[in-house]
Design a protein around this ligand. Structure first.
Ligand code: NAD
Length: 361
């Protein structure tokens, strides 16, 4: 079966990373029909729109996409394409597997956790009231009517967490656990302090857990979870979190497994799934054939599993792991010394993974 997939090269180092990943995905033997469309800074400069309608239409049609990173200019310019994508396609679940592969330098011996982050609610919902604004004054006045005092010089952000949003993200975590042979789901929260937002998240998580008695369920207060993750990471399996904690713990996880160059991701929703690395466009390395494509390749592995190509996913992951474990044909960031002249480029790393897959066929 041929899979039609929307391919978004992105900008900065994105096109090099996507090309390396596309070649490895094709070398698995799975057949793809790539529907390539632009997004990011380059198409913004060329067409005045960083996220053309044709790109969005393609994803709506194929329902699966793989994307290179895209630059979001600070200050002026345009809104983050990733935020737009999440909103347009209701990509409510962000999946971040954090697995430590042999050969990667890390302070840890064993890490194999999957972070499931809610993508649409919480303090990232964008409900903000600027200090000194008219709306801020109205809100403070409304609160004062309920005997809640907020300082006049305060900026205010609102944290909505709904039963609907909590139910579907926790369900996504259990669904992932069931489909991938995972044993336990941990829900992280600060329900002891934020009783009506995190409290609702926890209460809903407990109800969802009752629907999945075959998977163990536990909860952790977020600060305790961070402490335990760095002291006993082997005790954790799938972790589900509201948006803000999920964002932070995802980066913690990326650090535990050796850095951004190794951390894959997927944004999954009701209408589509988009696979992409956790890292950004690393623009200073653009066009240098230098950066590590592992994170995007492992995102490709997640895409293969999503497409039901589990065997190809296993072979591709094993080949990436073998090249990293050998440590010879790896990019600069995986060498003990970052200036090691034996480090290979993005494209040669892909060649090594393809050779490895051929050897083990
Ligand atoms: P970045 O992740 O692009 O790079 C930070 C540093 O991490 C790089 O300088 C490099 O040293 C290292 N790094 C990143 N990816 C690597 C890789 N594959 N191999 C080896 N080393 C790697 O973060 P940034 O500099 O903060 O962001 C650059 C741009 O990317 C910004 O415009 C930001 O908004 C955007 N961004 C996009 C996405 C996305 O498209 N999903 C995600 C995060 C940031």
């Amino acid at each position: 079966m041929t899979h039609e997939v929307t391919l978004i090269p992105g900008d900065g180092t994105g096109p090099e990373l996507i090309e390396a990943t596309r070649r490895v995905l094709e070398a698995t033997g799975v057949e793809f029909e790539w529907d390539e469309h632009p997004a990011g800074e380059d198409v913004y400069e060329a067409e005045g729109d960083p996220f053309p309608e044709r790109t969005l239409e393609s994803i709506r049609r194929t329902k699966v996409g793989i994307k290179g990173p895209t630059t979001t200019p600070v200050g002026s310019g345009f809104r983050s394409i990733n935020v737009q994508l999440r909103k347009e396609l209701d990509l409510y679940a962000c999946l971040r597997p954090c697995k430590l592969y042999p050969g990667v330098r890390s302070h840890f011996d064993q890490v194999d956790i999957v972070i499931v982050r809610e993508n649409t609610e919480d303090l990232y919902a964008g409900i903000e009231f600027e200090r000194g604004s008219e709306d801020n004054a109205k809100l403070r006045e409304f609160l004062a009517g309920m005997d809640v005092e907020v300082r006049e010089d305060a900026g205010i952000s609102i944290k909505p967490i709904s039963e609907f949003g909590s139910d579907r993200i926790v369900e996504a975590a259990f669904d992932y656990a069931e489909k991938h042979g995972r044993k336990k789901v941990t829900a992280a929260h600060k329900a002891n302090i934020m009783k009506f937002s995190d409290g609702l998240f926890l209460e809903t998580a407990r109800k969802v857990a009752e629907r999945h008695p075959e998977i163990e369920f536990e909860d952790r207060i977020i600060d305790n979870l961070c402490n335990q993750l760095v002291s006993r990471p082997e005790e954790y399996d799938v972790i589900v979190l509201p948006n803000l904690y999920g964002d932070i713990v995802s980066d913690l996880g990326a650090g535990m497994i050796g850095g951004l160059g190794l951390a894959p991701g997927a944004n999954i929703g009701t209408q589509a799934a988009m696979f992409e690395a956790t890292h950004g466009s690393a623009p200073k390395y653009k066009g240098q054939n230098k950066v590590n494509p592992t994170a995007l390749m492992l995102s490709g592995v997640l895409m293969l599993r999503h497409l039901g190509e589990a065997d190809a996913a296993d072979r591709m992951e094993a080949a990436i792991a073998a090249v990293i474990a050998e440590g010879d044909k790896v990019t600069y960031d995986l060498k003990p010394d970052r200036d090691d002249p034996t480090a290979v480029g993005t494209s040669e790393f892909a060649d090594a993974v393809i050779d490895q897959m051929k050897e083990t066929k």
